[in-house]
Design a protein around this ligand. Structure first.
Ligand code: UD1
Length: 455
């Protein structure tokens, strides 16, 4: 197992490119099962989750090949398999996205229930509700969802749940409806850019979907879909993470391959905090010109603050003097990063689905443990800002969703390295009996305040 060793206190600066979106790439890959011929996706990040889904697609009769430049080609040569095995689906919830495509194209699907997850309950009842509304017969047997339908039929359905819309649920139902007979209207569908990206892929494949990016999707079913070439949208979560890495080190960073239109709520919140953001053409520059201000923010479905940046934002706010409140209404229990941040000197109190953050002048490096993908990113950000060394363990969570985050951060001047998780690799200052010297690695603003701009 690997871990990160970070020497905090380096102000990040420079330019770095954001990769293709993981949360787009995975449903797009699954949708290739519904098409005839070859689907070629461009800008697919090199991630453990992509490898896991590739293995799952191969087990379902697809040939998956990697080309240069993030190209991934998928062609189905055998339509007989219909069982998505527990061993693969349990490693990555997005494996459940094969349910809709398999059912619609092959008439039957047997997909393992994904099981538990560190960020809280992750039910799939809405996926099943949507597919049942399209006429599928669905049972749960021995830990698997067993679904059958000779031909799905279009319908009018409400897909909202107690926490709002469902992203992968909308993806599953949308792919199934694309091959159903007649017209389907989905109300309260997810509006996330990744759902729009999937809709665009399906339309290019021959589907007839309108209303993408709104809660009401109208899908006029077609007989067949055909493989096409498609580019994955930029990863708005990676972009937000890198912006917060710049902000937490009070640095100056330019990101390329970004789509600022997908990030309005994040840009707005950072702007409110006093982070200066200048937008370019598919790029943006982040800099800090004065002291940052605390904020109150709530993670909700798109276009609000994504739950997937809640942990990183909490880490950043932990370094901003004053009281901030971060609420997560999508995954109300997603706060496992908070006790680890407290180990680094952060002052965070959990109240229900909120973290009350009292910002401190400086964090102090420590050995911390990643609990899930975005919590890992939050710990890395804190390590960049902390005084002294930080060790982040269990970074296999991070590798599921960030392509070489440490290389991108190093490109910006961070002192971060990936080493084997062995006692000998823990910096001396963090070994038992050692105490880091008390010195102030306090990031002062570079220029005078009040020239925050967001355009
Ligand atoms: C997707 C993202 C994940 C992100 C999440 C919320 C992918 C591969 N993953 O996950 O990174 O954190 O959206 O933006 O795209 N819910 C139900 N019943 C259901 C399904 C969901 O009640 O059948 C609830 C969930 O418990 C949660 C909320 O709806 O409270 C949103 O979950 P959902 O959008 O489905 O998350 P995922 O699609 O699994």
């Amino acid at each position: 197992m690997d871990m990160f060793v970070i020497q905090g206190g380096k102000r990040l600066s420079g330019r770095v490119a954001v990769g293709g979106a993981k949360n787009s790439a995975l449903p797009l890959m699954a949708a290739a099962l519904a098409a005839e011929g070859e689907t070629v996706l461009r800008g697919v990040p090199r991630l453990v989750d992509v490898d896991t889904l590739s293995a799952l697609l191969e087990s379902l009769g697809a040939r998956v090949t990697r080309g240069g430049g993030g190209e991934l080609s998928i062609s189905v040569f055998n339509e007989r398999p219909y069982i998505a095995d527990y061993e693969l689906v349990r490693r990555m919830r997005a494996g459940f996205c094969v349910l809709g495509p398999l059912l619609a194209k092959r008439g039957k699907a047997c997909v393992s229930l994904p099981g538990g997850c560190n960020i809280g309950d992750r039910p799939i009842d809405l996926h099943l509700k949507g597919l049942r509304a399209l006429g599928a017969d669905i049972r749960i047997e021995r830990g698997y969802v067993v679904a059958r339908a000779s031909r799905l039929r279009g319908t009018h359905l409400y897909l909202g749940g107690p926490f709002g819309s469902t992203v992968t649920g909308t993806c599953n139902v949308m792919v199934a409806a694309a091959l159903a007979e007649g017209i389907t209207t989905i109300e309260a569908g997810a509006c996330e850019p990744e759902v729009v990206d999937l809709g665009n892929l399906l339309n290019a494949m021959g589907a007839r979907i309108t209303g993408l990016g709104t809660p009401t999707l109208r899908i006029d079913g077609v007989e067949r879909l055909f493989g096409v070439e498609h580019s994955v949208i930029p990863d708005r979560i990676e972009a937000a993470t890198l912006m917060m890495a710049a902000a937490i080190t009070r640095g100056n960073v330019t990101l390329t391959n970004v789509c600022p239109d997908h990030m309005t709520s994040v840009l707005d919140t950072l702007n409110e905090m006093g982070v200066r953001i200048v937008l370019g053409d598919r790029s943006l520059e982040v800099s800090i010109e004065g002291p940052l201000r605390p904020v109150e923010c709530v993670a909700l479905p798109y276009p609000a603050i994504p739950t997937d940046v809640q942990a990183q934002l909490t880490a950043l706010l932990a370094t901003v003097p004053g009281m901030s409140i971060v609420t997560d209404k999508v995954f109300p229990d997603r706060f496992l990063h908070a006790p680890e941040l407290v180990r680094m000197g952060a002052r965070i109190r959990r109240e229900g689905n909120s973290a009350i953050v009292s910002g401190v002048d400086r964090l102090s490096g420590a050995c911390v443990m990643a609990s899930d993908l975005r919590a890992s990113a939050a710990l890395v950000l804190s390590g960049l800002a902390a005084h002294g060394p930080t060790v982040v363990r269990r970074i296999y969570h991070l590798d599921r969703g960030y392509e070489h985050l440490e290389l991108k951060l190093r490109q910006l001047g961070a002192d971060i390295s990936r080493v084997r998780d062995e006692p000998a690799n823990v910096p001396e200052a963090l070994q038992v009996g050692q105490h880091a010297p008390v010195a102030p690695p306090h990031f002062e603003p570079t220029v005078k305040p009040n020239r925050n701009r967001l355009r």
